[in-house]
Design a protein around this ligand. Structure first.
Ligand SMILES: *Cc1c(COP(=O)(O)O)cnc(C)c1O
Length: 430
């Protein structure tokens, strides 16, 4: 594994320029398939006797560079990229779990993930117990005999709760289940969950890693640390009917899960990333460290400023001295706390909608992690499909506005919000 530091890996890892004809930029290999030398070569590739490219749904040289780079910056042994963060999460779970299995998850999750776990997976016989993740012991209390995974977000979207990853990882280890961490909001530039006991890290590359709001993508990084031969995952230790009797754990050891994601996850569910999107995401990844520092700086300054505005009733940002997550943030996110800020308006639901409707620099849309500033009112949009109780557990109150603070000039961002506050109707001010 690379001993180079983050910024260097983000620019170079995975790309040997001699392998790509000397191109300094990572080229886009826009092809669906690869010419075999002869039928024996093809047979060897299909049987894994030889590693190589077969078909872009399984792998592609541009995607491979992105995969190797992500593994390097998260400290994993392998990575697989997908068409979106959601494809990564669903394929990642379906590659591990079967009907009758159970997940323990934080209740503070991205809305789409919450729906996957609470509505769609139960239809396939995979159930989830959601717990208040602020106390790691709650994970242990929810463990059942059929529990096969813990799932959390390192920095919850949009609750912005910083989790005690080490505390939770102790209970995952005790329960002998993989600890899966969605690290999208924190980014690998600010936090590496594998250092704190995560076995599997997931990203929506659509957000800060791509960073410019132009391409969807997702990734799974495998720490290679989980013991799949502990008796709870027979599909890793028994011959796979889906891959001519391959015994993953025996044949591939620490790379078992990475290969299973490709050989079964991508082959059967098909959520492959387009090489052109991989290229766009690589452009973003190369500047992630400098961008996320600016996002974090702007977000902290804006959060402090919001605390002093008379229209605002509360502000949530893990880097604020007033945040209840400040001490965990000092421990897990000392380099910066990323770009998401939430706040409430004294005027509640109506005032929040007015502000979201009125800002000009902050675009009203459902995304985060763009270089440009974004605003949304989750109760009426991203979290609308959740029950009131689930909204509350996810930290989505009716008055909450979520900002994804971009890297514009901070004065202009403040002016834009201040202007919008003046448009709140008088009767909605209190
Ligand atoms: C956006 C997001 C996802 C889903 O990713 P897509 O690329 O939109 O499918 C998953 N988790 C978190 C924390 C997210 O913010």
């Amino acid at each position: 594994m690379s001993t180079q530091k983050f910024a260097t890996n983000a620019l170079h890892a995975g790309h040997d320029v001699k392998q790509t004809g000397g191109t300094r930029a990572v080229p886009i290999y826009q092809t669906t398939s690869y010419v075999f030398n002869d039928s024996d070569h093809a047979a060897n590739l299909f049987s894994l006797k030889e590693l190589g490219f077969i078909y872009t749904r399984l792998n592609n040289p541009t995607n491979q560079i992105l995969q190797d780079r992500l593994a390097a910056i998260e400290g994993g042994t392998g990575a697989v990229v997908f068409a979106s963060g959601t494809a990564a999460i669903s394929t990642g779970l379906l590659t591990l779990l079967k009907a009758g299995d159970h997940i323990v998850a934080s209740s503070s999750l991205y809305g789409g993930t919450y729906n996957l776990l609470s509505v769609t997976l139960p239809r396939l016989g995979i159930t989830t117990t959601f717990v208040d993740a602020s106390n790691p012991e709650n994970f242990e209390k929810a463990v059942q005999e059929n529990t096969r995974a813990f799932f959390v977000e390192s920095l919850g979207n949009p609750k912005l709760d910083v989790l005690d990853l080490r505390g939770i990882s102790v209970y995952a280890k005790k329960a002998e289940v993989p600890f899966i961490v969605d690290n999208t909001v924190a980014t690998p530039a600010l936090l590496n969950p594998i250092e704190h006991g995560a076995n599997i890290v997931i990203h929506s590359l659509t957000k800060y890693i791509g960073g410019q709001g132009n391409s969807l993508g997702g990734a799974i990084i495998d720490a290679g640390t989980f013991n799949w031969a502990n008796g709870k995952f027979p599909e890793f230790t028994e011959p796979s009917a889906g891959y001519h009797g391959l015994v993953y754990h025996e044949a591939l050891g620490a790379a078992s899960y990475t290969f299973k994601l490709i050989l079964e996850g991508l082959r059967d569910f098909g959520g492959a990333l387009s090489p052109t999107n991989a290229f766009q995401i690589i452009q973003g990844l190369e500047t992630l460290e400098v961008r996320i520092q600016k996002h974090s700086e702007n977000a902290l300054e804006l959060a402090k400023w919001l605390e002093n505005q008379e229209e605002v009733s509360w502000v949530n940002y893990p880097g604020l001295a007033t945040s209840k997550y400040k001490s965990l943030s000092d421990l897990y996110l000392p380099k910066g706390q990323s770009g998401i800020v939430t706040f409430g308006l004294k005027g509640g639901y109506e005032a929040a909608k007015t502000v979201a409707n009125t800002t000009k620099l902050f675009s009203l849309l459902a995304n985060i992690g763009d270089t440009k500033s974004l605003i949304i009112h989750p109760a009426s949009t991203t979290h609308q499909q959740l029950s009131e109780e689930a909204q509350e557990n996810a930290g989505v109150t009716k008055d909450l506005i979520r900002l994804s603070v971009g890297i514009e000039n901070i004065d202009d961002l403040q002016t834009d919000l201040k202007e919008a506050f003046t448009k709140i109707p008088q009767q909605d001010l209190v």
